[in-house]
Design a protein around this ligand. Sequence first.
Ligand code: ATP
Ligand code: MG
Length: 428
Amino acid sequence: MPFQTLRGTTDLLAHDLTSWRRLESSALQIAQRYGYQELRTPVMEDAALFLRSVGETTDIVQKEMFRFTDRGGHDIVLRPEGTAPVVRAYLQHHLHKTEGFAKLFYLGPMFRAERPQAGRLRQFHQFGAEAIGSVSPWVDVEIITLCVHTLLESGVADATVWLASMGCRDDQARGAQHLKDRLAPHRATLCEDCQNRFDRNIFRVLDCKQPGCHALAQDAVNSLERQPGLPPTPFALCEACVAHFDTVRHGLNTAGIAFDDAHVFARGLDYYTRTVFEVRSPRLGAQDAVAAGGRYDHLVEEFGGPSLGACGFAAGIERVLLAARPVDPVPVATARAGVYVAIPPKSNVMSEAFRLAQRLRQQGTRTTMDYDGRSLKAQFREADQLHCQVVAILGEQEVNAGSVTMKDLAGGEQRTLPLDDFMKAVAA
Ligand code: ATP
Ligand code: MG
């Protein structure tokens, strides 16, 4: 075949779309139940939007963006994630003035130039939610609860929530220094990427997929002084951040959301502060993250807005569908429905037949017809394959008499009816 989908992109056929539509509509409905309103943003954005938010030194910006210059010389990106566009829209439409606290839900394609493999695509799809305009830790609890609720409802039953706090910007600066001191003697054994990360953003070593780097980072963290009452963390949390984290953990217990805070991890985007989380599923193998998110208390301000806290999550639709326990196969539609308008060959009634099909469709009856002058036998065969309930035969005789001959494919009986009676009979 001369034309194929690009690497890392896929077609979705009717068969795939059954589970996609089910997931999409249930994600939206659940988000609405929590008070989130849908927002759709363009797939193209100004490149600077992501450089400033996701961060210049992140993998996404350095290696994964589909970035091009348009004819007018604008630096454009196919969006790699949804948070920065939502915050841009929040400010552009003055929601900080009209609504203050805004809760927004989005769903759509995202683009990252990654090496395609199972669960990792170049065009993938996310749904997510952002709660913008509050620093309350209960917002973090709501976001994580909404995320887990949606995943459970979608059939992802055995996922684990990893929870951590990355602290505020001051904590991050102190934590980075601690980690650098511990890792400095091993700098030469880190992978090339991590050697760069060492100076630019040391926490990203924790996110490295190379086992050697990960183990070194883990050892370095374990050797740091533990803060009493807190899980191991490379971030030296201040009192306010400890209190925030405590309330989030307490809130999740209250909501009955199980979580695991024993892992040391950092999220690979620059904008996160305080709460971060990842939802992992054992069914996914190497690409085990189904959803992820956290708090970002400086992004609104960095985009020129007021100083407002915010928190959000994003889930990958392809991975949710891979991680979901297989749902019962969609039952093959055995019940017959709809009409097949059949034209006896050589009858000159195409206009009348098309008009009949159109009347049926307008009254809400699913209708198909033949356009190729095939034999009645072929038309009946197709009607049967399409699980139609009725074949409406419209020949010259019927047209002249203002009638339709209808054959019930389930019962088998055939009768000729005046047109109006036929319309009523199939509408029932
Ligand atoms: P990973 O560690 O797997 O690369 P990530 O940290 O880059 O994930 P996020 O930016 O947090 O991912 O995006 C949230 C979710 O979007 C992920 O948990 C995953 O389900 C999904 N996702 C991210 N990148 C891809 C991709 N290339 N293909 C399919 N799904 C993806
Ligand atoms: Mg990634």
